[in-house]
Design a protein around this ligand. Structure first.
Ligand code: GLA
Length: 741
């Protein structure tokens, strides 16, 4: 390990003195520290401390997770005694990572069955080492040669701790893994905790839930093979009475995994929070052969003392700077056009060229051809799997269209659904054994399609080859990668008794293809889509540039969808389209202005039939697209404040984005309906520089509403606020605040 220049880092020096420090690693503002005795471990970063230690019995216990502690904090692990004959010591001990053994009744990190049938696993501390800025802790069973390595790293910008677990079989017999988590987490006993999570269904994703945490185990999971539209692999824990949108403690976490996952939470017999997060143990076993290891996905654990708003801003920043491809240097999302809602499968070179011309005139920067361009794809019954250009629709291939799109100054994108196959396709006819299936059992279809078994290396290599060839032969800048069903018969006959590996191998191969395509085609951008927002998580986020949030494009429903999405994920990756009315999802008709104001709160796209737009519509769109380009850096890179959330029945909502340097802020005020000559409560802004003067203007042009001064200090906007008397149903207003230079 490189010795650190302690003098440059005052906290490190202080920690060194206080802990009789043996080891320190990390950049200026993030540290990993271990006390001299090698019994207490501490990670410090961005006003967060995370600590754990070894007790006299050798258990690794969580010691602290929350706001920064002083360097001299007297952290020490003490052995836990049994509480009663019913509550043995091993079960009472909160463990950083618990083996299923010794009567544990909360969810373990690892549950195994040894070859002789024994299922008792008691993990105790063995050793630590530093791997760069990562702290690796080795635990081992008290008797058998099974080792778990926990890895920890803390981010200096956000205090977010990244955790993984790796289990290694050092014995001579295979070990059957029956449950395997990336992390266990424990929070101290308290009168009450609230559990926050997100769930939904197709076209109705991202609904926030908040329930009291109780001794009844709450499981957030997917059993679908993919993340799905149901539960998200994200949770947050708050303290009722203390935590609000903008204040109080929030502990949050997310599993970076795009397959079946399981996050569980409950309070234990003395009110402590116990969390486990990892692969879903439902229908999952893994045979770990002698000498082999299995690694968990990453789990990101964050803390904020600034409420749910603070927690999501912290996580957004982490995602933008540490997770998304390119990090802080990633390009802003271009304004996109996609004709799916306008043309469905009826795509032709000529039709798309016409749309491209119209889109370019509006200021669109990326043109995307959706489903229907390949094979015999005239509806959803045929063609999936045959990734060759349909010669009837594109007689000269894609080139003339791509050239045209480029000549119009736009980048070109193409839709794929690589993991799927219709029975009516050349690929399925050639390889009926390539799909997930149990021999002799039905192959249940969803949207007339079957799922290719990507866990098979031949399928993986075939798909990579097909996509790579298409990208080599065509000048494509962007892929929309779709996935329109979940698993039903998750069989992998060729893998015999080991076939439940499919849950892990499939996702790993998906990640492999995405990473490999990016490596071979630098500059390629990818959107993750699964019937809308069915495959969005921090795992796929590291390999894709943006996400299709939902197939529900109604601008009012979207406000709730976007609010929920923002609890866990950054608005910069959240794509939103302006589409035609009445909306396909719910028949609602709204103005073009309202649709733009809703869609501008993330990555803006247009999905309308531009052939039907009047000159007036085009002028409106041009105005909004120009306005968006002036604020998108703030929307996509700024700090998000959910000032008034679209809770059930709320008539008005307000969202504020503040640029990182606080020079610009954008307020979106959206009104569902007016009644009783109602008025808004003052909207008090947040995140501004109180001493700076901000001039305000209406986004997209127009006169300032009555009562809103043209200039005022940040302090005024934040303390006095502004009262907006909007009138009408489904109306909105955007205001832009710019700090005087
Ligand atoms: C999914 C996507 C849509 C569209 C269709 C095409 O539903 O979410 O945006 O691409 O597939 O079949």
């Amino acid at each position: 390990m490189t010795p650190l220049r302690l003098a440059r880092y005052p906290l490190v020096s202080a920690l060194a003195a206080a802990m009789a420090l043996a080891v320190v690693a990390g950049p200026a503002d993030a540290r990993v520290a271990v006390d001299e005795a090698g019994r207490v471990f501490r990670l410090d970063g961005a006003q967060v401390t995370y600590a754990f230690g070894v007790d006299e019995k050798g258990y690794l216990q969580p010691l602290y997770w929350g706001g920064a502690l002083d360097p001299a904090a007297p952290l020490q692990a003490r052995a836990t005694r049994e509480l009663s004959g019913f509550d043995p010591a091993g079960m009472q001990t909160a463990q950083e990572y618990a083996g299923q053994g010794e009567g544990l009744v909360t969810d373990p990190g690892l549950k195994v069955a040894f070859a002789d049938g024994s299922r008792d696993l008691v993990l105790k501390y063995r050793s630590y080492r530093l791997e760069g800025e990562t702290l690796a802790i080795e635990l081992a069973d008290i008797a058998r040669p099974l080792v778990v390595t926990l890895r920890y790293a803390i981010d200096e910008q956000t205090g977010i701790v990244t955790r993984t677990a790796t289990v290694t079989n050092r014995g001579r017999q295979p070990v059957r893994i029956e449950a395997f988590a990336a992390a266990n987490l424990t929070l101290p006993g308290a009168s009450s905790y609230q559990l926050h999570f997100l769930s939904g269904r197709h076209a109705a994703e991202w609904t926030p839930h908040a329930v009291p945490l109780s001794p009844a185990l709450t499981v957030l999971e997917s059993r679908r093979g993919s993340v799905g539209h149901g539960n998200q692999p994200w949770l947050a824990l708050t303290r009722p009475g203390q935590t609000t949108e903008e204040a109080g403690p929030v502990w949050f976490g997310a599993l970076a995994w795009s397959g079946s996952f399981r996050l569980s939470a409950q309070t234990d017999n003395i009110g402590r929070v116990r969390v486990a997060a990892g692969y879903n143990s439902h229908d999952f076993v893994w045979s770990l052969k002698p000498g082999e290891s299995l690694e968990s996905p990453r789990f990101y654990a964050g803390y904020s003392h600034a409420g749910l708003g603070g927690a999501s801003r912290t996580f957004h920043r982490f995602q933008m700077e540490r997770l998304i491809p390119g990090g802080a240097a990633a390009a802003l999302r271009p304004v996109l056009y996609n004709s799916w809602e306008a043309t469905a499968f009826d795509v032709t070179a000529e039709g798309q060229m016409k749309l491209a011309e119209r889109a370019a005139k509006l200021g669109v920067e990326r043109f995307v051809v959706d489903d229907g361009w390949f094979g015999q794809r005239n509806d959803d019954k045929a063609g999936l799997g045959d990734w060759t250009v349909n010669p009837r629709k594109f007689p000269q291939g894609l080139k003339p269209l791509i050239d045209k799109v480029h000549a119009l100054g736009m980048s070109f994108g193409l839709w794929f659904e690589p993991e799927m196959v219709n029975r009516d396709s050349a690929l399925y006819r050639a390889h009926p054994d390539w799909v997930l299936n149990f021999p002799g059992r039905p192959r249940t279809e969803g949207r007339n399609q079957l799922v290719l078994n990507l866990a098979r290396t031949d399928v993986r290599d075939y798909l990579l080859g097909v996509l790579d060839k298409l990208l080599r032969e065509n000048d494509i800048q962007f892929i929309k990668w779709d996935y329109n069903r979940n698993w039903t018969e998750p069989g992998w006959p060729e893998a015999g008794p080991d076939q439940q590996r499919v849950y892990v191998d499939y996702v790993r191969n998906l990640y492999f293809i995405l990473a490999e395509l990016r490596r071979r085609h630098p500059g390629l951008e990818i959107e993750t889509c699964s019937g809308g927002g069915g495959r969005i998580d921090t795992g796929i986020m590291a390999l894709t540039d943006q996400a299709w949030t939902s197939d529900n494009t109604d601008p009012f429903d979207r406000l709730a969808i976007q609010d929920g999405f923002s609890l866990a994920y950054a608005p910069a990756i959240m794509m939103a389209w302006v589409t035609d009315v009445p909306n396909w999802a719910n028949g609602r008709t709204t103005s073009l202005d309202f649709r733009f104001l809703s869609a501008m709160q993330g990555g803006l796209g247009i999905g309308a039939d531009l052939n039907k737009w009047t000159a007036g519509d085009e002028d409106t769109a041009r105005r909004w697209i120009t306005a968006y380009k002036g604020i998108r850096a703030t929307v996509q890179r700024g700090q998000l404040y959910r000032l008034v959330r679209p809770t059930e029945g709320a008539a008005q909502t307000a969202t504020l984005y503040v640029a990182p340097d606080r020079a610009q802020a954008v307020l979106f005020a959206m009104q569902r309906g007016s009644q009783w000559r109602d008025q808004w409560e003052p909207l008090r802004l947040a995140g501004l520089d109180p001493a700076a003067t901000y001039a305000v203007r209406v986004l997209g042009g127009g006169a300032l509403p009555e009562g809103v001064p043209a200039r005022a200090s940040g302090a005024w906007w934040q303390n006095q606020g502004l009262t907006l008397r909007l009138r009408g149903d489904y109306v909105g207003l955007g205001l832009v605040f710019e700090a005087a230079k």
